[in-house]
Design a protein around this ligand. Structure first.
Ligand code: AMP
Ligand code: ZN
Length: 134
């Protein structure tokens, strides 16, 4: 999927899996991943290019393009993913705190068009969220 296609049609329904999506390939074990958790709804695995000492992703098994493609029907899934983010962050040693990031669409810098939550943190506080533009 191109970024234009992804941004053009934020609809609630998307196919359950996209054969070309790299995260769908991880879900069906067609691509290797270093998993930290999985259940019927979601998978968590280490990011291949970490930006902090701890950096993992939580994705739904379902192919959901982005947060902009979520509706009310996705609320229970999103809630479970966020709740699991907190539990897993603690288990990964981030008892002092962590950052959750969901990049959405071209404007949000999303690179992989399968919804995912980044969980990042490390031994030192992360500091400011983004460099200030002004
Ligand atoms: P985003 O910019 O929010 O779409 O982030 C996509 C993230 O997926 C990046 O941090 C990538 O490093 C990560 N990523 C891409 N391919 C893989 C992979 N095969 N296994 C683990 N992480 C990946
Ligand atoms: Zn997918």
């Amino acid at each position: 999927m191109t970024t234009d296609q992804a941004n053009a049609s934020p609809a609630v329904d998307s196919p359950a899996a996209d054969p070309d999506c790299i995260f769908c390939r991880i879900v069906r074990d067609d691509l290797p991943s270093r998993r930290v958790f999985e259940d019927d709804d979601m998978i968590a695995f280490h990011d291949i290019r970490p930006i902090a000492a701890v950096h993992f992703l939580i994705i739904p098994r379902l192919h959901v393009v982005s947060l902009a493609h979520c509706g009310e029907a996705h609320a229970p899934l999103l809630g479970r993913m966020l709740s699991k983010a907190s539990t897993l962050a603690r288990e990964q040693g981030l008892a002092d705190g962590f950052r959750t990031i969901i990049n959405t669409g071209r404007g949000g810098g999303q690179e992989v068009y399968h919804l995912h939550i980044h969980i990042v943190g490390g031994p030192r506080p992360l500091g400011a969220m983004l460099p200030r533009e002004v």
